[in-house]
Design a protein around this ligand. Structure first.
Ligand code: SAH
Length: 278
């Protein structure tokens, strides 16, 4: 770590520029890299998936911690670089959104550690937190605004469908905020490292797709009451019956409700055939 070469120098050596379409912002502060790896609690022999190793700053720290690293990289030049510098890395040349996880990281106990490309970060985290059997934890850098939304408290502005969808699937915590100057080239926005521990969905019979659909509908138009927002997607009588059934006032806004309330509403809307009370 002490001998880490600045990404600007590495890029020059490779005669390359950071590619905006791949969301390339390389970590240039050893302190932050150490912080990420320490937070991830990666130990000797742990299986780690890194998305977008880029110039390998984080990869090297993970290898130094004793991890067996599987790295998914879309940019061919970056992948060539990793293959050459770190032949011990199991390199997957692909779009992380499209890989077959059963092939890339089969089984369980994997840790995800990555400075994610921000153009796919939110979608990737949403998809991967649902993989609670496969992923023990995700310790990832994202835009600060996205991390704030994932960890928001009910009733705050940042609270929304992303918060509720993540909360139903994982416990999360903020590791640290990271300023633009920690990257080369610096992104326009602040970043943050979030850690998520996926757990089995506690949706009590509601299908994840159904839950997500209700949650997205509830927040589709933030100014609307819960009743009106849901009525855009479900018949009004059904919405009223569901809300009455769970004892939630349809005049409130979605952002006042926790994820368990959405689970209860979803269960009623989709009339789960379990012998629910009442
Ligand atoms: N981990 C490095 C680079 C982060 S920049 C560091 O911290 O310095 C984001 C990286 O993700 C780049 O290497 C970029 O090429 C790669 N990338 C972008 N989109 C990707 C995708 N869909 N799948 C896999 N890698 C991707």
């Amino acid at each position: 770590m002490s001998e880490e070469i600045h990404p600007r120098v590495l890029l020059q050596r490779l005669e390359q520029k950071a590619r905006r379409r791949f969301g390339q912002h390389f970590l240039a502060r050893p302190g932050i890299i150490t912080r990420i790896v320490r937070a991830s609690r990666v130990e000797e022999g742990d299986r780690v998936v890194e998305v977008g190793p880029g110039l390998g700053v984080l990869t090297r720290a993970l290898l130094a911690a004793g991890a067996e690293v599987t790295a998914i990289e879309l940019d061919r030049d970056m992948a060539d670089f990793i293959a050459e510098e770190h032949p011990e890395v199991n390199l997957v040349r692909a779009d992380a959104m499209r890989v077959n996880l059963d092939e890339v990281c089969p089984g369980s106990g994997w840790k995800v550690v990555a400075n994610l490309p921000y153009n796919v970060g939110t979608r990737l985290v949403l998809a991967w937190v649902a993989e609670h059997q496969r992923f023990e934890s995700l310790t990832v850098m994202l835009q600060k605004e996205v991390v704030d939304r994932m960890l928001a408290e009910p009733g705050t502005r940042a609270y929304g469908s992303l918060t509720v969808q993540v909360a139903a699937r994982a416990r999360g915590r903020l590791i640290t905020s990271v300023p633009p100057a920690a990257f080369y080239p610096p992104p326009k926005v602040d970043s943050a490292v979030i850690q998520l521990f996926p757990h089995a969905p506690e949706l009590e019979g509601v299908l994840p797709e159904q839950f997500d659909r209700v949650v997205r509908a509830a927040f589709a138009q933030r100014r609307k009451t819960l009743r009106n927002a849901l009525s855009a997607l479900y018949p009004k009588e059904q919405v009223d019956a569901a809300l009455a059934g769970v004892g939630i006032d349809g005049g409130v806004r979605g952002e006042t409700l926790d994820w368990q309330a959405f689970r209860a509403i979803s269960a009623r809307l989709y009339a789960v055939d379990s012998p629910a009370e009442g």
